[in-house]
Ligand binder design. Structure first.
Ligand SMILES: Cc1cc2nc3c(=O)[nH]c(=O)nc-3n(C[C@H](O)[C@H](O)[C@H](O)COP(=O)(O)OP(=O)(O)OC[C@H]3O[C@@H](n4cnc5c(N)ncnc54)[C@H](O)[C@@H]3O)c2cc1C
Length: 379
């Protein structure tokens, strides 16, 4: 794998100027102008199309090495691009889980064969991935995962149920955490697998969210085969791999993608209510907190270059709390105070934002992490 090249401030500025110009032309007008009125299906279609537009434009996988179909730039460019995409009101692609979680996971923990087999089709938008961690009895308490992966000749047989699996209905593949060593102690009994969803034994039941959208599903695995070469890390190392994935989910490209949506919603509020002095304080508060999210993202991009996993994990938990609670406040103001013609958009956003303090680890869990690992409070 080639090491990442270092870029000067001038390179980064040049990159930002080009990207801004590109975004101004590339964001589909249908998304930009009609967002509040699109159906869930239309939104999914535009999001899938956006994955291809990004790829063709050379803006997919900015921080992913070139040999796997990325641009070989840094997390800084990745974050800058997401910030600009937010201002340009760009959609968020369906390939999000693959780009922000799977590709970084394979770069950190995968084999060379896994990287070259799976990352290019994530980058060009042809394969959507989903994340199979949560189960009916294992959410916050992820170490309680019950899904079994039984050893057989050449691989494993998976049996069990995953739930809240975002994008499962669009996904060709799923990365799945399962018990391989039931007799081993907690945290040493799990392994991570890359599973082809297009095979007998995989069944998906969509779950309707409060917003009316169906972004997630319950996913069953009945006697599903996964080969040895599709295990990520050693047998029994799944917990460590999963923790790094959660760090990326709370603080990496994934959050930069969420920032896109928040910035765009705050801008919409500023243009709808900015002239009204009654809302000046609240708008200022939301605008400043959005800027702080951007700063925390930049801090994480810096920390990434030091490789200090403990600091990164803590910074990611802080960021997760900051952006999720901010977005709920933004949509609360939107749904209660914007003109009636914008209500469809704001109702949808408000209901969607109910979930953000739950997924990727709830606010209570982030506060537990911060109180124990940052403040050193007793458990
Ligand atoms: C929109 C959405 C998308 C999701 N997408 C995915 C996905 O793609 N893949 C996937 O694997 N999972 C996904 N999830 C699942 C998500 O990770 C879990 O919902 C989350 O980890 C919480 O688990 P739970 O739902 O089982 O709640 P529980 O763990 O049962 O928690 C219930 C409540 O108790 C609180 N609580 C639990 N333990 C503690 C504690 N120790 N201290 C203090 N409070 C506590 C929680 O904060 C919460 O308020 C998604 C969830 C949502 C809402």
């Amino acid at each position: 794998m080639t090491t990442q090249t270092h870029h000067t401030r001038g390179d980064v500025e040049q990159f930002a100027a080009k990207a801004e110009q590109w975004l101004a032309d590339a964001v589909p007008a249908k998304w930009k102008n009609n967002r509040g009125t699109l159906t869930g299906h239309e939104m999914d279609e535009l999001r899938r199309e956006w994955d291809f537009i990004l790829w063709e434009g050379g803006y997919s996988g900015l921080s992913i090495p070139k040999e796997y179909g990325g641009r070989g730039l840094g997390l800084a460019e990745e974050i800058i691009f997401h910030v600009l995409a937010g201002s340009a009101q760009a959609p968020d692609g369906l390939a999000r889980v693959g780009k922000s979680l799977v590709a970084p996971m394979l770069i950190k923990n995968g084999t060379e064969a896994q990287r070259s087999k799976y990352i290019p089709s994530i980058m060009n938008g042809t394969e959507v991935w989903c994340q199979g961690f949560s189960e009916p009895e294992a959410g916050s308490d992820m170490a309680n995962i019950q899904m079994r992966a039984r050893r057989v000749d050449g691989g494993y047989i998976l049996n069990g149920v995953k739930t809240w699996t975002s994008f499962a209905q669009h996904a060709r593949r799923c990365f799945v955490l399962a018990q391989t060593q039931p007799e081993a102690r907690r945290y040493r009994n799990l392994s991570m697998f890359l599973v082809d969803m297009d095979q007998p034994g995989v069944s998906i039941s969509n779950i309707k969210q409060i917003s009316g959208a169906m972004h997630f599903a319950e996913t069953r695995f009945d006697d599903v085969f996964v080969a040895d070469e599709d295990r990520v890390g050693d047998d029994g190392d799944g917990w460590g791999v999963a923790m790094r994935v959660l760090g990326d989910e709370r603080g990496g490209i994934e959050t930069a993608a969420r920032y896109v949506e928040i910035r765009s919603d705050v801008d919409a509020l500023l243009s709808a209510l900015g002239d009204n002095p009654r809302y000046a304080d609240r708008l200022k508060d939301l605008d400043i907190r959005t800027e702080l999210v951007r700063w925390q993202l930049a801090k994480i991009a810096d920390l990434e270059t030091t490789g200090d996993e403990a600091k990164l994990g803590r910074a990611a938990s802080v960021l997760k709390l900051m952006w999720s609670e901010l977005w709920q406040d933004v949509t609360r103001l939107g749904v209660t105070r914007t003109p009636v013609e914008e209500h469809k958009h704001w109702t949808y956003q408000y209901l969607e934002a109910r979930a953000v303090t739950i997924y990727g680890g709830s606010s209570e869990i982030q506060r537990n992490i911060l109180s124990e690992r940052v403040l050193g409070l007793p458990r």
